[in-house]
Design a protein around this ligand. Sequence first.
Ligand code: SAH
Length: 421
Amino acid sequence: MTTIYLKPHKEESLRRFHPWVFSGAIAKVVLDASHKSPAPEEGELVCVRSSANEVLGVGHWQIGSIAVRILAFGVENLPADFWNERIRAAYQVRESLGLTPNHQSPITNHQYNDTYRLVHGEGDFLPGLIVDVYADTAVVQAHSIGMHRSRQQIAKAIITEVPQVQNVYYKSDDTLPFKAPIEGDKIGYLITNDQSPITNDEDFWSSENGLQFRIDWLRGQKTGFFIDQRENRALVERYAKDKDVLNMFCYTGGFSLYALRGGAKTVDSVDVSQKAIDLVNVNVARNFPNDPRHHAYAADAFDFLSEKITNHKSQITNYDLIILDPPAFAKHRDAVKNALRGYQRINAKAIEMIRPGGILFTFSCSQAVDKEAFRLAVFSAAAQVGRKVRILHQLHQPQDHPINIYHPEGEYLKGLVLYVE
Ligand code: SAH
C-alpha cells in the first residue's frame, strides 16, 4: 500500500481523531510497487505515518487541499469487516433513537417512521459518504472518489446490516469531485430485490412521523427529500393550531404537512420550482384529501413577499406563522458576505409582514455561515424593521445527522424560532 509521511508535528490533529490530512502537511509519498503512475490514484487506500514512522491510520487519497480522509485510525489496513461494522454501528444509533420502523420509542411518539439518515459522513466516521433510507430503499451518495470506488461493498453492507432495506440506489452525479476521470456509473441501482423489482419510482412513498411523502430520488434534489428538518417540523406542528401559516422554500412540503396536522387555519406553500409545487400538492392530497386549507404557489420568495406587502397595504402583517428554509446561500467561504445579506433581506421581509404575536421559524443550512453569524444577520433584520423580537428556540440538525466531536465542521443546520410582538 502507498504510504504518506507527514511533516514533523503535523500528526497532532490526527492524534485527536480529526479525519482530514491537508496536502500541506505531507512530507513525502512512497508509492507501492504496483503503481504505473507517478502519484497515488484518486480514491485509493493509503496508509498515513508520522515523521517518526508511527502508523496514524488508513484512508482514501484525494486530489485537492484535503489529501486524505481517514477511515480508520491507528491501523495500517482496513479491518476485513470494516464496512459492515461501520454500517451496523450507524444503524444501531438510529434504532436507539426510535427512527427505524416498528420501533416503539418515546422520542417519536409511536408514530410510524421509516425515513432517516443512516450515514452522515464524518458524523458517522465515514468521511465522504451519505446514506438516506426511505422505506425499503437506501439512497447512497458519495462525496469522494474513495467512497465511489467502495460503493459495491457499501451497498452489500447496507443490505446485510439494515433489516428493512431491499434496494440500494446510487446517486452521485452532483456530488463527486471532478478532478479525475472515474470508472463506473455515477447513478443507478447497486442492488435490487428480485422478488419485487422497482418499476415505478413515480409512486414510491416513505413515512416520516406518521406522515407520508412521495420520494423521487431519481429526479429530486439531494437524495430526494430533506430528512434534516424532521424534528423542526414536529415543532412547527406544536405551534400551528388556528394559525395562518406560510411555508416559504417548501420543496416537497414537509413543514406544510406538519402544520396541517397541527390544526393550522390555512397553509400557503411557496417554492420557485414548479416540480416541487406539484409534489407538495401530491403529498397534501395523500395525507389530507380535499383539504381546503392548503394552497401552493410556484414563485420567487422575494417577489412573493414583496407582492404580499404591496397588495395588502392596509394589513401588511398577514401570517401568524412563517417558515423560512432557504437553500444554502453560501456554498463556499468566499460567498459568506453575500449570503449574510441574503439572510438579512429575506428575514426582514418576513419580520415586516408577520402579524403581531407571530412566530417565525428561520433557518440556514450553509455550513460556511456559523450560528453566531446567522444570528447576527437575523438580528440585523429585526433591527432594520424595528419590531420587538424574542428568541424562543435555537434549532439545529437532528440526531441522525450527528456531529463527530473531533470534526466540528460537521455542524451545518441552524435555526431560530422568533416571537414577533
Ligand atoms: N423546507 C424544505 C427544504 C428546502 S430546500 C423541506 O422541508 O423539505 C430549498 C428550496 O428552496 C428548494 O426547493 C428550492 O427550489 C427553493 N428555492 C430556491 N431559490 C428560491 C427562491 N428564490 N424562491 C423560492 N424558492 C426557492
